[in-house]
Design a protein around this ligand. Structure first.
Ligand SMILES: [Zn+2]
Length: 352
């Protein structure tokens, strides 16, 4: 049952929400920011449940009162169950239709909010991915925030405040969710999802603090793909141009996986930079020997250039440049940067 206890490693947000509940000061509008998969939506649903839970109310004689400090939802009363199942008439969810939240969705919402809630003590509207509000929808939402409907709390979620109209941000109480710490994420993967500890640790390191992302990696057999891509990267400076072009073509064909592949390449370059001096903090611990060896022949400024080329490629792809051509240019550059360093070392054999 999704309650506050199912949210990992977010003590501060939970403490703030708990104190709002204890004091009965739930604001008209809240903004939860943080990367995807850190518990924002779960916290929004848990808050909706806690605001409407009937299972923890004191009876006339005080019997059944929650223990001091417990304000989370019971998870068992009718209201909690309906909300958890997404079947409560007063808990409304708005999310992007396609790439954006459109004006019609907000207009429809405004219409519903002119009426009284059916049964909720506090009606809760969860606007997920509020950064995708198109300008017209954002302005319509702003009007609503200026005259908030009674007994209603709006919860917006977004990666960061900079993605929203400042006028919207200023009308919301802002609560920041941080990325989940690597060891917490690894522990939850092992405890709740039965992942072997070494694999859990690697997945957690690569997931960048997002549980959603870690689980997506598990589903897509991503670790197997990682092994393949890591081998390709290790061999990059020795590859022929034809092989580099073939690698670019192969990666560009799996368009949906491309952001993950680029992140993986970034983690590889990052690991090469730390391997020599701090091998204990490598992301790819299982490739420690290879990375330490390669890092001996690598200059930091060349890694910086490779990282810059990668960031440049990422931006181009986000701006809809041709992925295959962009990757081709990237791999040729990376191979050159990493290969130059090899040439600087006397006695290091040229392999091509
Ligand atoms: Zn309840």
């Amino acid at each position: 049952m999704p309650g506050f206890d199912s949210i990992i490693d977010q003590e501060r947000p939970i403490r703030i929400l708990t104190s709002l509940l204890v004091n009965g000061t739930i604001p008209h509008a809240l903004l939860f920011t943080g990367i995807e998969g850190v518990g924002k939506k779960t916290a929004a649903v848990a808050l909706a449940m806690a605001c409407n839970c009937t299972g923890r109310e004191a009876g006339a004689d005080g019997a059944g009162a929650p223990p001091p400090g417990v304000v989370g939802p019971c998870g068992e009363c009718a209201a909690c169950r309906k909300i958890a199942a997404g079947a409560h008439p007063d808990i409304l969810r708005v999310s992007p239709a396609g790439a954006m939240i459109k004006i019609d969705q907000i207009r429809e919402l405004c219409q519903v909010l002119t009426m009284k809630p059916y049964e909720a003590r506090v009606r809760v509207v969860i606007i997920a991915d509020a950064h995708t509000l198109n300008p017209a929808a954002g302005n319509a939402l702003l009007k609503m925030l200026e005259e908030p409907p009674a007994r209603t709390a709006l919860i917006l979620t977004a990666p960061q405040t900079g993605d929203l109209l400042p006028t919207i941000v200023s009308r919301c109480q802002h609560i920041r969710f941080k990325p989940i710490a690597r060891h917490h994420l690894a522990a939850i993967l092992t405890r709740a999802y039965g992942v072997d500890p070494p694999e859990a640790s690697l997945t957690a390191a690569l997931a960048g603090g997002s549980l959603t992302r870690a689980l997506a990696m598990r589903r897509s057999q991503w670790l197997q793909q990682r092994s393949w891509l890591m081998a390709q990267l290790a061999a990059l400076p020795r590859q022929s141009t034809t092989a580099l072009l073939a690698l670019a073509e192969k990666l560009s064909q799996a368009r949906e996986d491309l952001p993950d592949a680029l992140d993986l390449i970034a983690s590889w370059i990052r690991d090469l930079a730390v391997a020599r001096h701090a091998p204990e903090s490598l992301i790819h611990q299982d490739l420690r020997e290879v990375l330490v060896e390669l890092s001996q022949a690598t200059r930091l400024e060349d890694l910086t250039s490779a990282m810059r080329a990668l960031q440049d490629a990422r931006q181009r792809i986000q701006a809809n440049a041709n992925p295959r051509l962009t990757l081709e240019a990237l791999f040729v550059k990376m191979a050159t940067h990493l290969d130059q360093t090899r040439n600087l070392l006397p006695g290091h054999p040229r392999l091509i």
